[in-house]
Design a protein around this ligand. Structure first.
Ligand SMILES: [Zn+2]
Ligand SMILES: [Zn+2]
Length: 825
């Protein structure tokens, strides 16, 4: 007998699968397609456990559904642009392209070593010109459709990364990549008009029934739809000017006691110009503008305001209230102006207290009397309008409509829906990205690069002497261009695109990765898309997943694709922890896929990851758990080795019908459970448990038959079924075992076993049919079948019928619950 040696087995099968193009996928109209996709990685150079987890999950599905008869597409590629490559380039003094290429070679090797069933013919690399050419083409499509535009705006600036960031890339005021505090800068930048799609991005979330609720809620909050009124306040001292403000509570308009403007508000300068307050206010504005959004809006941050000396006129009652400039009001959201209603908004309440501004109750809840004593906090609930002139006594919900109607009639306000979502800032002042295909000509202005001139290629020679890879503006050969319209001297745009653009359509490119005259081939897209099952981390809930949905909708509107949502089902896998903390270098608790593969083999690693926790839950790494899974695989190996010897040495016949029946019941119960757990619930852990139970049952059967001869056919069948069930989880061991049982075809090309409900019934037995004392077949019958019924059933058996054809039956013996022996001549 040989020992289980994963290193030797795994490599051998991997080579063979590769050589025989096992996982290559082609369009086949006769089959149902299924698109399994794990989020493609950034080629950092090393796989971590999070990668191994997501690939293991995807591969189980791909292999399982392949055996179920689906035409599977399971591609992999590289999200290869981005800042880390530039940082590494400087550190190692190697070109980012070269560094990226090396990492891809290495990581691909690591992925293959895990035995994941990828179709490498579909590999894409977003940093290769034949890919980013189409990213640029898509930018131009957006441009033509009025969805890409350049404007000067206050933008997020990360000094450490030396580039601007999209709002989605700022987390609590910090850069998502390097955690530096993000500043605000006034810059001219390229944007994509994602706000045009705010409503569809929001409402179509309802169509995504198989997306995790928490991801949908995060997107919903990010899009942030609110209904309310836009209200115009005139300025007493400047009758021609007005301040527009948005509120979700027009019913509290009579409670306005002041107005606050953001320091960035364009009117601020005008309001204080030439007054005694000018210096103080402008100093304050300059100071606040240096602060980050997080500093300004933090709960505990002091809410500071300065009076401008000017007054706003409330359009509903003509009341004049002071206008202040306040640090907590942001220009980026809403109109940059807030009407202060301290009695009914807690932040306004705190601000009014601090600055001794009046507080006036205008909403009175049922059965309470606020008006006599000072409020301790703002009342934000519902109630009746009070102190509100002719609106007094109205329910406030009704009042919202009535007040807005009044404003509309008096031309000083309107009903409005606003979104928190801002347009997507996509230009980056960095080298390693897809150049924005735009040319600036003094005569013709902004000119898109003609499609036939794509790609606009990155200069390959880069300067690596400083502490940063210089941006494209640095390469004069790149910058110089001739104008596509007039042919005169012109300059190229030197910003590159946010890498999230590259990843917003890669899943479509996978359907036709070699398409050279379009970003994708329609026939292939129509067949393969949308992605049936997408798997990736929750950290992309807003960023990538929102952008990809946006791109898909734009492509749909441009009539290039026929679906509006890219990912039918989404699985957000949990994190990998060890000793209660996220695996990290600084904590010294990192286990790498390489170590596990080296020590135990890929099958053990995959099995452990899938067994330790359901995919969407966090996983706690356990060395004992890994050991346990390894022992289980060794146990299967030993079972097969032993059975193989026994099969060769003995002739098997039925000894104990009941025990055989029990074994078969275990087999069919396991098939039923594993199928259900993978397909319906993604509960791979309980599916694996069911396989473990089945292996125990087989051991038990052999144990019970020790010293006697047992039924080879039934045992053989049980082993086969076990291996088929194991194939998606431990593909190498399953392949080896399958061949040990005498098969020459791959286990991964077998049909997934189906279970027989009859075999699950406890009161059925299997009866052996012999001809002249030799086992020739088996039938399952109710345990209480009579002799006559048994003989009847035996004759109805197709195989037996064939064997008896033309023979002379001399005698039939039936033993209920056990056998039928037919003697022929
Ligand atoms: Zn940064
Ligand atoms: Zn020109």
């Amino acid at each position: 007998m040989t020992n289980y040696n994963p290193a030797q087995i795994e490599e051998r099968w991997q080579k063979l699968w590769q050589k025989e193009d096992f996982y290559r996928s082609e369009i086949d109209e006769t089959k149902s397609k299924y698109y399994v996709l794990e989020m493609f990685p950034y080629p950092s150079g090393k796989l971590h456990m999070g990668h191994m987890r997501v690939y293991s999950i995807g591969d189980v599905l791909a292999r399982f559904l392949r055996m179920r008869g689906y035409n599977i597409i399971h591609p992999m590629g590289w999200d290869a642009f981005g800042l880390p490559a530039e940082n590494a380039a400087i550190e190692h003094r190697v070109n980012p392209a070269q560094w990226t290429a090396q990492n891809i070679v290495h990581m691909k090797k690591q992925q293959n070593r895990l035995g994941v069933s990828y179709d490498w013919y579909r590999e894409v690399n977003t940093s290769s010109p034949d890919y980013y050419r189409w990213s640029q083409w898509l930018f131009l499509l957006m441009y033509k459709r009025g969805l890409a535009y350049k404007k000067k705006a206050s933008v997020n600036w990360c000094a450490d990364c030396a580039t601007v960031l999209a709002n989605e890339q700022v987390e609590k005021g910090l850069c998502w990549r390097c955690s530096s505090v993000v500043e605000t800068r006034e810059l001219e930048q390229w944007f994509l008009r994602i706000t045009d799609y705010a409503e569809r991005l929001l409402y179509d979330l309802d169509k995504l029934e198989d997306w995790p609720e928490r991801v949908k809620i995060m997107q919903q909050n990010w899009i942030g739809r609110s209904e309310g009124s836009e209200i115009a306040f005139k300025i007493r001292e400047f009758p021609g000017e007005e301040i527009r403000t948005f509120t979700t509570r027009p019913d509290t308009l009579f409670g306005v006691t002041y107005m606050v403007l953001a320091p960035e508000h364009p009117l601020v300068k005008r309001l204080v110009e030439g007054t005694e307050r000018e210096t103080d206010v402008l100093d304050f504005v300059a100071r606040v503008r240096k602060e980050s959004e997080i500093e300004r809006t933090a709960e505990e941050a002091p809410k500071i305001g300065l009076f401008t000396g000017r007054h706003a006129v409330n359009p509903i009652n003509g009341e004049e209230v002071p206008i202040l400039v306040g640090n907590y009001v942001l220009m980026a959201y809403g109109t940059g102006a807030v009407m202060g209603v301290p009695a009914h908004d807690q932040r306004d309440f705190l601000f009014a207290k601090k600055h001794e501004l009046p507080i006036r109750v205008v909403i009175q809840p049922e059965g309470e009397e606020f008006s006599d004593q000072p409020l301790k906090e703002a009342y934000t609930g519902e109630g009746r309008m009070v102190n509100s002139g002719s609106f007094n006594g109205l329910e406030n919900v009704e009042g919202m409509k009535e007040v807005t109607r009044y404003l509309e009639q008096h031309d000083s306000g309107c009903f409005q829906i606003t979104y928190r979502l801002r347009d997507w800032l996509i230009s980056r002042q960095r080298y390693w990205g897809a150049p924005i295909p735009i040319i600036y000509c003094d005569k013709c202005g902004t000119v898109p690069v003609p499609e036939s001139d794509l790609p606009v290629e990155l200069p390959l020679e880069v300067e690596l002497s400083g502490n940063r890879v210089p941006s494209l503006a640095h390469y004069e050969d790149f910058v110089q261009a001739s104008c596509p319209v007039c042919g005169g001297r012109a300059r190229r745009e030197t910003d590159t695109m946010d890498t999230f653009i590259c990843s917003s359509w890669y899943f479509i490119r996978f359907t036709s990765p070699n398409s050279t005259d379009a970003p994708f081939d329609s026939e292939a897209v129509d067949y393969w898309m949308p992605v049936d099952q997408y798997i990736g981390g929750i950290e992309h809930a807003v960023l990538h997943l929102l952008y990809a949905r946006f791109f898909t909708k734009v492509l749909f509107d441009a009539d290039l694709i026929k679906f509006e949502e890219p990912f039918s089902r989404l699985l957000a896998q949990g994190m990998v922890y060890k000793d209660g903390a996220k695996m990290s270098k600084s904590k010294g608790n990192v286990v790498t896929p390489d170590e596990i593969v080296e020590q135990y083999g890929a099958d053990t690693g995959r099995l452990f990851i899938l067994f330790a926790s359901p995919p969407e839950k966090d996983l706690d790494w356990s060395d004992q758990g890994v050991e346990g899974c390894h022992r289980f695989l060794r146990r299967i190996w030993r079972l097969l080795e032993e059975c193989k010897e026994q099969f060769a040495a003995e002739k098997g016949v039925s000894e104990s019908v009941q025990k055989e029946f029990d074994l078969q019941r275990s087999v069919h119960a396991a098939i039923k459970k594993v199928t259900y757990d993978i397909q319906e619930r993604f509960n791979f852990n309980t599916a694996i448990s069911a396989i473990m139970e089945l292996v125990n049952a087989i051991y038990a059967y052999r144990q019970s038959a020790r010293g006697t001869v047992y039924n080879h056919a039934i045992l053989h069948d049980a082993l086969e079924k076990t291996i088929l069930l194991l194939a998606p989880f431990a593909p190498h061991l399953a392949e080896e075992s399958w061949h040990m049982l005498g098969h020459t075809e791959s286990v991964h090309r077998q049909e997934w076993p189906s279970y027989d409900p009859d075999k699950l019934l406890v009161d059925n037995v299997e009866v052996v049919i012999q001809i002249n004392g030799k086992v020739r077949g088996r039938i399952t019958v109710p345990a209480d079948s009579s002799k006559e019924q048994l003989i009847d059933e035996a004759h109805r058996n197709e195989r037996i019928g064939e064997l008896l054809a033309g023979r002379n039956v001399v005698k039939v013996v039936a033993v209920p619950g056990r056998l039928v022996n037919i003697v022929v001549r």
